[in-house]
Structure formats: C-alpha cells, structure tokens
Design a protein around this ligand. Structure first.
Ligand SMILES: [Zn+2]
Length: 225
C-alpha cells in the first residue's frame, strides 16, 4: 500500500512528543529544532569514545523503550538521522571507513522481528553515504545486560562477540553503533573483537547515553576531536 494511504489509516506520530506529524516527516519540527546539534560523549571501559545525540532519560528513554520493546520499528528513521547528525558534527565523516552495529543474538532478532541497532546503523550509513557492513556475530546468548550491575555486566559480555570476516575488518577504521550506552561494557567487548580481527581504529555512537555523560558538546559546530 502506498505510504500516504497507509498514513491516512495509521497517521505517524513524533517519536519524542507523540504529536501527529505529516507522513513525510520523521519527527515534529519543534523536537527537531530542540535536539538538532546537541551531542554527548562517554568513554567505554577500554577507552573508546562514544557519541550520542541524547541522554537516556525522560521522553527519550520512553521513545527508546517503545522502539526496542513495543514494535515502533519506524523510529529508526528519526533516531538514525539524529545519530548521523551527531557523527557528522563530532567525528566528521572522513574519520571512518564503514559503519557496523552491535549484533543481536539470532534468536532474539527472530522473536523481536528486527535488530534495533542494525536498523540505526543502516539508516546512519545511508544518510552519511558510508558503507554498512555486518562485521560481528553474537556467538553466545548471554543474560540481558539491563538486569545486571556494572561488575556483572563486564563479565557477562566476555567472549560473546566474534568477527564474521577478518578480511573485511583488517586495517579498517570502523564506526560501531548500538542503541544505548550504559556502562559501555557491551560495545567495549565489540570493539575488542574488532581490534583483535585487525581493525585500525574503532569509534562508537548510539542514540543515547545513560548515566553520567562526560561532556556536552555545544551547538553551532564546536568540534571536540
Ligand atoms: Zn515532537
């Protein structure tokens, strides 16, 4: 069915404030104006840098929960766009060769019907005109990180990820995307697997950073690295 016709029966809403929006838009103008240009950063336990357009709280947290657990797959369009802006305004687009994502275990992807980090990475790659490559496999179905404390999270991700094809990773500068960075243990373990497979450099991005973010990057193009 045509998108405009579908939108007649199921008009889209802004992911952040839930106002009705035009079917060609991915969020309302007010939310876009409020968020565009801000970014937050956090270092992983192994000191890779992560950037994100949002902090994980209030309506952003609620939007991400709807995206991950309540089937709002289409939010990837707005989230992917915000991540792409953040990548462009912080790292710059010449500082990495390809984009990948933190993978879901295959059974979880099957039950959810989509991989939320993969959709974000694909969307950001499209907008930044960079190749998207699935580079990692989740080889163990570990416990969900959000049920564990920070010490348990570190142990829970050890040996969980493995590079799919070392040839594709070798000597590459890789940007890896996840949905939310909390302690950074998961993405840190992914970075380790990519480095072990020969990656020259790994940098990270997500929709949101939970907890303390180290620096607020100012609006109006203040580059920080
Ligand atoms: Zn809105």
């Amino acid at each position: 069915m045509k998108e405009w016709l579908l939108s007649f029966f199921f008009p889209p809403k802004c992911p952040y404030c839930l106002k009705w929006i035009d079917y060609r838009k991915t969020e309302c103008d007010e939310c876009l104006a409020a968020f565009k240009g801000y970014a937050y950063e956090k270092h992983t336990p192994t000191d890779e840098l992560c950037v994100a357009p949002f902090l994980y709280k209030d309506r952003i947290r609620e939007a991400i929960i709807r995206y991950k657990f309540n089937g709002h797959k289409n939010y990837c369009k707005s989230f992917g766009k915000m991540i792409a802006y953040t990548i462009r305004d912080t790292y710059g687009i010449d500082n990495f060769d390809m984009i990948t994502c933190v993978p879901l275990y295959y059974a979880r992807k099957r039950s959810r019907g989509y991989d939320q980090a993969e959709l974000l990475a694909q969307r950001a790659a499209l907008l930044l005109a960079k190749p998207y490559e699935p580079l990692l496999d989740k080889v163990k179905n570990n416990l969900e990180q959000h049920n564990l404390n920070s010490e348990e999270r570190k142990d829970n991700v050890i040996g969980v990820y493995s590079a799919l094809d070392r040839e594709k990773v070798n000597n590459k500068r890789i940007l890896i995307i996840d949905d939310v960075i909390t302690t950074g243990a998961t993405i840190s373990e992914c970075c380790k697997s990519l480095r072990e497979a020969g990656a020259k450099k790994v940098i990270c991005a997500s929709i949101a950073i939970a907890g303390q973010s180290e620096i607020i990057i100012t609006k109006n193009g203040q580059r920080f690295c």
